[in-house]
Design a protein around this ligand. Structure first.
Ligand code: SOE
Length: 404
């Protein structure tokens, strides 16, 4: 990148799984992409001084803070990257925006619609002064998914009628898997619904350019108690059981699985599923979109591939075409390896940094915005209301009732 590009000082809060993923993105992006601003990994923030110091050294941060308010007070920090649990997002993000810092916030944007509304309002006020914000729905930047959106926008599958969207993991199948903050409602907001369901809601809406207007869903918790996590745990998803003896148990207060039907504004019909109990499925984000002229299908477990069915071709040779999304003509791919070599999970985070930094330099709104994050939050809240009431729920806050 341009050696004269001005610095962009980054401060990050949190250093577990997402902190590590974001750190590699900040480290890597300037080495592969021609960025208009040079990210400087100025400070990593976490409450435990020893652990944050170790993490900073491992992940490549210049210094540490143990109090996020001190991070916000630093003149060398231009952007705050929030990778801490959901219950911390609103307070840190609003304060950072008010302090004139750009914000990248992990998903889901918040734990409640009310928090997300406060954040979206703060983001709108800050944008008037060129202070930018983005929510980390990182899978938008997987090349095959970016290509899927492009094909829908170009009309290659015609009018969208069906969206099938699943996010399937299995890391909680074993009932002796320990507790983690992701299983506590006051920290995570919800379970599979918010943690991974939020991704597929965002992806379905992003690819189709449409919005979910009503849902009918159910939530289920299969394992209600788990061994308490060790406080010193370094496990990336949140915990390891305490050693020896009868384990102390913790209460799971979120859903293990979420399933819902959805109506889109256009009249398209959606079927969504998010679970951590799909035995054998590790990180299967599966999308299938059927339109009047064709279909698209994607599975993150084969993430360099997009399947495309063109209904307008010769019927005798028609079939789903397996597109290897590894060529320089594909989104983001040209900046990486020679054709055909493929990308992985971490590349989406790097692309997220590239797009964010570029938008900041151009004084443009990066996407997805906090307003987009709020809209996803409304869908999640409607699923929760629906599961509780056993009825269809609109995704808008008012009026209550059955949509269409
Ligand atoms: C855990 O389920 C998790 O890390 C999510 O929080 C991430 O958003 C997803 O990318 C992978 O799984």
């Amino acid at each position: 990148m341009d050696p004269l590009a001005p610095d962009l000082g980054i401060g990050m809060v949190g250093y577990a799984f997402m902190g590590a993923a974001h750190s590699q993105a900040w480290r890597t992006a300037p080495h592969f992409f021609d960025l208009p601003l040079r990210p400087r990994m100025r400070a990593l923030c976490g409450r435990d001084a020893t652990r944050v110091a170790q993490a900073a050294q491992q992940l490549g941060w210049e210094s540490t803070e143990t109090d996020w308010t001190r991070l916000l007070a630093r003149a060398d920090i231009d952007l705050v990257d929030i990778c801490s649990p959901g219950n911390t997002h609103a307070e840190i993000a609003v304060a950072a925006l008010e302090a004139g810092k750009h914000v990248l916030c992990e998903k889901p944007l918040a734990n409640t619609v009310a928090e997300a509304e406060t954040m979206a309002a703060a983001a709108e006020r800050a944008a008037e002064h060129g202070v930018r914000s983005m929510v980390g729905f990182t899978y938008r930047r997987v090349p095959a998914i970016a290509l899927a959106r492009r094909l829908v926008q170009e009309g290659r599958i015609g009018q969208v009628r069906h969206v099938r969207a699943q996010y399937l993991q299995d890391w909680l199948v074993d009932p002796s898997s320990p507790m983690s903050w992701r299983l506590e409602r006051d920290k995570a907001g919800s379970g599979a619904l918010g943690d991974i369901g939020a991704h597929v809601v965002d992806l379905a809406q992003h690819i189709t350019g449409d919005q979910v207007v009503g849902v009918n869903g159910l939530l289920q918790t299969f394992v209600e108690e788990r061994p308490a996590a060790s406080p010193s745990s370094g496990a990336r998803l949140g915990g390891e059981a305490r050693d020896g003896g009868v384990p102390e148990m913790g209460r799971v207060t979120v859903d293990d699985t979420a399933a819902f039907l959805a109506r889109f504004g256009s009249g398209a019909v959606g079927v969504f599923e998010a679970t951590r109990f799909a035995t054998g499925r590790k990180n299967a984000i599966r999308l299938e979109i059927n339109g009047s002229r064709g279909s698209l299908a994607f599975d993150f477990e084969d993430m360099n591939v997009l399947q495309f069915f063109d209904a307008e071709g010769d019927g005798a040779t028609a079939g789903f075409r397996r597109i290897l999304v590894t060529e320089p003509v594909h989104p983001y791919v040209g900046s990486w390896w020679p054709p055909g070599h493929g990308l992985g999970y971490e590349h989406g985070f790097t692309h997220q940094v590239v797009d964010l930094v570029t938008a900041i330099a151009r004084d443009e709104q990066p996407l997805p915005s906090f307003a987009d994050g709020l809209q996803v939050q409304r869908v999640l809240a409607a699923v929760e209301r629906s599961a509780e009431a056993g009825t269809w729920q609109p995704t808008t806050a008012t009026p209550e009732g059955t949509p269409r």
